[in-house]
Design a binder for this molecule. Structure first.
Ligand SMILES: *Cc1c(COP(=O)(O)O)cnc(C)c1O
Length: 367
C-alpha cells in the first residue's frame, strides 16, 4: 500500500481549506503596532453581552460539573418563549454545530446538498466533509435563486441550505417564498433555514415561523446567540424541527456540546429584551450611517437585513482590506465568496461607524 495516511483521509476532506475567521484584534494590534483597533469583521454585537447574562456567568460556581447534557432549563425557556415543544429543540455549540448535524445525519458519498453562490461558507464545508457533493446555485441579485435551486434538485439531493438573511450579502427571503419552495420540492429533502440574524429582521413577512415545522416535517430552522444576543464567544445556537428530525439530530450531537455558561447565559439573554431592543436600535442607526456614507461617496452596496453590509471597494479587496487594516479598521474581504472587490463591514457603535467612515473618505481620495 503506497498511499500515505493523509491520502487515505475521508475523500471529502481532501479538497477543503480551513475556514478563515475574521482577523483577531490582539494579533492585529501586535502586527501593526497600532494603539486602537476597531474590529468590524465578524458581525458581533458591538454593545457586548447583556449585563444580566454577564452577571449569571460571573456568579456561576459549578464549573467542576459536566453541563446538563439535555440542556433542560435552556430548552424550557426556549419552549416557553417560542411556543415549541422541548422535544423539537436541538442545541448547538453555535448554530454552526447544527449545520454539521444536519449534514452528518443525511449526507454521505453519492449524495448532494444545494446551497447558494455567495452563501454562508460553512455550508459547503459541512457538506463536503461528509463526502457528499456541494452543489452551488448561481445567485440572483446577490440573493438565493429559489427557482434555480429547485431545478438543481436530483434524486441524490438530500439537503438544501437557505440563509435568510444571508451572510455576507445581507439578502433575505420572504417566508411566503420559502413556503412556496417547500410546497414545490419533494418532502424527502431536508431544508435548513438559517436565521442567525433573526432579531434584526424588522418586518414579519421575513420571519420564518417555527410553527411551519408542524406542517413541513423536512424543515429545520436555526437561530444563533452569536449575533444580536452578543454571546459569540460562548457558542450557542438551536434548531427547531419536527420531533422526528430533532431525535435524529440529537443522535449525532455530542452530549455536552453546549457548555454550562452558554446555557445559563442564553436563558438570561432571552429574558433581557431591553438589551436586544437596544442592540437592534444601535444596528439601525449604524446601518443608516453606513448607507448615507456609501451614497454620498459613491460606493455601491448590497442592501442588508443583517448587522453588516457589503460594499464594492472598486478594486481588489485584498488591497482595499489592507488599506483599512493599516488605519486600524478590520473589515472582511469577500474574495472567498466570489465577490473579489467587495468588503463587508459589521455595524458597530456610532463612534466606530464614524471612524470607519473617516477611513472610507480617505480610501476614496486614495483610489
Ligand atoms: C454568524 C452566522 C451563523 C452563526 O454562527 P454561530 O455558530 O451561531 O456563531 C450562522 N449562519 C450564518 C449565516 C451566520 O452569518
Amino acid at each position: 500500500m503506497s498511499d500515505s495516511l493523509l491520502d487515505r483521509a475521508n475523500k471529502g476532506i481532501l479538497g477543503l481549506k480551513p475556514y478563515e475567521p475574521g482577523k483577531p484584534i490582539e494579533e492585529t494590534q501586535k502586527e501593526l503596532g497600532l494603539q486602537k483597533i476597531i474590529k468590524l469583521a465578524s458581525n458581533e454585537n458591538p454593545l457586548g453581552i447583556s449585563p444580566k447574562a454577564l452577571n449569571i456567568i460571573s456568579s456561576y460556581d459549578d464549573l467542576n460539573r459536566y453541563p446538563d447534557g439535555n440542556a433542560t432549563n435552556f430548552k424550557e425557556k426556549v419552549s416557553q418563549e417560542e411556543g415549541v415543544k422541548t422535544s423539537m429543540i436541538t442545541v448547538g455549540n453555535g448554530s454552526n454545530d447544527l449545520i454539521e448535524f444536519v449534514s452528518k445525519c443525511f449526507l454521505s458519498e453519492g449524495d448532494n446538498a444545494i446551497y447558494s453562490q455567495h452563501g454562508f461558507a460553512i455550508y459547503p464545508l459541512a457538506i463536503k466533509s461528509t463526502g457528499a457533493k456541494a452543489i452551488k446555485a448561481k445567485a440572483k441579485d446577490w440573493g438565493h435563486d429559489l427557482s434555480l435551486m429547485k431545478d438543481l434538485i436530483n434524486e441524490n439531493t438530500k439537503v438544501i441550505f437557505l440563509a435568510s438573511p444571508n451572510n455576507p450579502t445581507g439578502t433575505i427571503l420572504e417566508s411566503d417564498k420559502i413556503i412556496e419552495f417547500l410546497d414545490d420540492i419533494p418532502s424527502n429533502i431536508a431544508v435548513f433555514v438559517d436565521q442567525a440574524y433573526f432579531e434584526y429582521i424588522q418586518e414579519d413577512k421575513y420571519k420564518v415561523p417555527f410553527k411551519l415545522v408542524e406542517k413541513y416535517k423536512n424543515l429545520i430552522i436555526s437561530r444563533s446567540f452569536s449575533k444580536a444576543h452578543g454571546l459569540a464567544a460562548l457558542r450557542l445556537g438551536y434548531a427547531i424541527s419536527s420531533e422526528e428530525i430533532a431525535e435524529f439530530l440529537n443522535r449525532v450531537r455530542q452530549p455536552f456540546n453546549t457548555n454550562s455558561l452558554a446555557l445559563a447565559a442564553g436563558i438570561e439573554a432571552i429574558r433581557d429584551k431591553d438589551h436586544i431592543a437596544q442592540s437592534v436600535e444601535i444596528n439601525k442607526s449604524g446601518m443608516q450611517k453606513a448607507i448615507d456614507a456609501f451614497d454620498s461617496l459613491g460606493f455601491e452596496y448590497i442592501a442588508s437585513f443583517g448587522n453588516f453590509i457589503s460594499f464594492d471597494s472598486k478594486k481588489d479587496s485584498d488591497s482595499s482590506f489592507d488599506f483599512f487594516l493599516k488605519k486600524g479598521i478590520i473589515l472582511r474581504s469577500l474574495k472567498v465568496y466570489e465577490m473579489p472587490n467587495h468588503l463587508r463591514v459589521s455595524i458597530g457603535l456610532d463612534e466606530e461607524m464614524n471612524a470607519f467612515i473617516k477611513v472610507l473618505e480617505e480610501y476614496k481620495k486614495a483610489l
